[in-house]
Design a protein around this ligand. Structure first.
Ligand SMILES: NC(=O)CCC(=O)C(=O)O
Length: 261
């Protein structure tokens, strides 16, 4: 399954400009690489303009849903749509949307762990739906948003539900870049699945973002890592047969005794 991961800079508070950038990137990348699936970062329409989200947030998932749906259908690609600020019933969520090649919305997720270090709890509402896996091209996958990466129980739940790939869409700051790398490798090793991430670069309101979008295999090898400061596209084909092989060779899922812990 060929992935194209967009490590992008984000124009703060300008959803229209960011949609144009994504549209151009998809057009160019599909022409050059014919990926099966594309991956975008967290809050890619607005950046962390939290105090202004009343103005910039989507309303009931629009216009992002129509925009990504159209891209998926036009280019017949699966889309892990990063996340966007999304207003529903007077509350703003940090919402991820996933589309298949036919433009069908196959999964939606509201970020459940809001990050205190970036002041999210003052502006956003955390999702309270139980997480689940979704399927694209017949492969089970899970998706988490940035700070969620620090909660191993969440990734484990998705692995137990059969995920072979975990996507992490992020705006992870440079200040904690060592955690970013180590946590992805840890989640990959302990759950024996691929971890694929898209992080932004650039700065907003005094915070620098780390880039270093990554692809880690189920053995914990980092197969790809982007740089820290430039927009980049990672192209990665995943050998999914590694997942059952490693789960057979190091059978942690049959060795677990969850009733004891
Ligand atoms: N956007 C985020 O969730 C940032 C998470 C973060 O800064 C951290 O976990 O550290």
């Amino acid at each position: 399954m060929k992935h194209a991961i967009y490590q992008m800079d984000i124009v703060a508070g300008n959803p229209k400009a960011n949609r144009l950038r994504v549209e151009d990137w998809v057009k160019e990348t599909v022409k050059k690489e014919q990926p099966d699936i594309i991956v975008l970062p967290e809050m890619w329409t607005t950046a962390y303009t939290l105090s202004e989200l009343e103005k910039y947030a989507d309303v009931n998932g629009e216009p992002t849903t129509s925009f990504l749906k159209e891209l998926a259908k036009t280019y017949q690609i699966n889309i892990i749509g990063g996340s966007v600020a999304n207003k529903r019933e007077g509350k703003i969520y940090n919402t991820s949307l996933v589309f298949d090649r036919g433009g069908n919305l196959v999964y939606g997720y509201d970020k459940m762990h809001l990050v205190p270090m970036l002041n999210e709890p003052s502006y956003l509402t955390g999702g309270r739906e139980k997480v689940c896996v979704f399927e694209l091209d017949g492969i089970k996958m899970g998706l988490i948003i940035c700070y969620d990466l620090r909660f191993p129980e969440l990734a484990r739940s998705l692995a137990l539900q059969g995920a072979q790939i975990l996507y992490v869409v992020a705006e992870w700051p440079t200040a904690r870049k060592e955690h970013w790398k180590a946590l992805q490798i840890a989640r990959a090793i302990e759950n024996q699945f691929f971890v694929v991430s898209s992080n932004r670069i650039g700065s907003y309101d005094g915070e620098d973002f780390a880039g270093k979008s990554m692809v880690t295999d189920p053995w914990g090898n980092c197969l790809h890592m982007a740089g820290e400061t430039e927009e980049e596209t990672i192209i990665a084909s995943l050998s999914l047969e590694m997942v059952p092989k490693i789960r057979k060779d190091v059978p942690i899922f049959t060795s677990r005794v969850p009733e004891l812990y």
